[in-house]
Design a protein around this ligand. Structure first.
Ligand code: PMP
Length: 283
């Protein structure tokens, strides 16, 4: 079935949507994106995603394509048009189309594309089983705090995981885990939740922000610092967070079982709290 998508001011059937071959997103990965999840037809943390989008655009001196109010309206129209009860809205802004040049073009209108994907995000079977990960070198650039569309390195990481017969990869730099290919990484030791501190080295996950807030509100101890794969393998629990996976337990890292080798109580509880709170505050 054909979806309705949004491209530069128009709502179109997906097969009619077109972007220039000179678009700098296509030629140079000169673009940023956001993914907002939908539960019960409602958006989770929409404001957080729009704030991070504004920051990404600003960090790259990219023009803002439209107002937040209009972005919200486009999200809502697409969710309705495509009857999305559970899934996501993908939004991408690129610097726009111009003759190929490394220098940023002046006066070019940014390209704005949004589409929806219907997806079973709250998959209890995966959450109950947990996922297995391997470690791979973090090959990405030095500004991972900006949510750019340069996703080849994480894609190569996921392919390495697939080839190894596991679910995902954790990225390692200078002996420390930065994050997962498309999620933030956590370990739990003696009840304490440990996750890498924010810097240019990782993306400030919107889900990470919410989960750490809920953890602190529930009187759980949180420490924001880096950790190694060896420390993670000795942890009691491990998990990842992202907008589309919520809180997902990790039960094995590089072949070593974490804790009991089953999802642990902290990850389970955080997932429950996150889902409850998100369903309540969805808009
Ligand atoms: N880190 C990376 C590298 C990601 O790609 C993502 C998902 N976009 C995240 C973390 C999690 O961010 P969020 O919770 O905002 O989805």
């Amino acid at each position: 079935m054909s979806r309705t998508v949004y491209v530069n001011g128009e709502y179109l059937a997906e097969e009619d949507a077109k972007i220039s071959i000179f678009d700098r997103g296509f030629l140079m990965a000169d673009g940023v994106y956001e993914v907002t999840s939908i539960l019960d037809g409602k958006m989770i943390d929409f404001d957080g995603h729009m704030k991070r989008l504004a920051r990404s655009l600003n960090e790259l001196d990219m023009a803002t394509p439209t107002t937040d109010a209009e972005l919200e309206e486009i999200h809502r129209k697409l969710i309705l048009a495509n009857d999305v009860n559970e899934g996501l809205v993908y939004l991408q802004v690129t610097r726009g189309a111009a003759d190929r040049d490394f220098v940023f073009p002046v006066g070019v209108t940014p390209s704005l594309v949004l589409f929806t994907q219907t997806k079973n995000l709250n998959n209890p079977a995966i959450a109950e089983a947990g996922i297995k990960v391997i470690s791979v070198p973090d090959l990405r650039w030095g500004r991972r705090d900006i949510k750019t569309i340069q996703l080849l390195a994480p894609s190569v990481g996921k392919m390495a995981a697939k080839a190894a017969g596991v679910d995902d990869a954790w990225l390692v730099e200078d002996g420390q885990v930065t994050e997962g290919t498309s999620n933030n990484a956590y370990i739990v030791k003696e009840g304490k939740i440990i996750t890498r501190h924010l810097s240019n080295d990782i993306l400030s996950g919107i889900t990470r922000g919410a989960v750490l807030r809920f953890a602190r509100e529930a009187q759980m101890e949180v420490e924001e610092r880096s950790f190694s794969i060896e420390e993670a393998q000795q942890a009691d629990e491990a998990f990842v967070t992202s907008a589309t996976t919520f809180v997902l337990p990790v039960i094995e890292i590089d072949g070593a079982a974490i804790g009991s080798g089953k999802p642990g109580p902290v990850a389970k509880r955080l997932r429950e709290i996150y889902l409850d709170e998100s369903r309540k505050s969805g808009t």
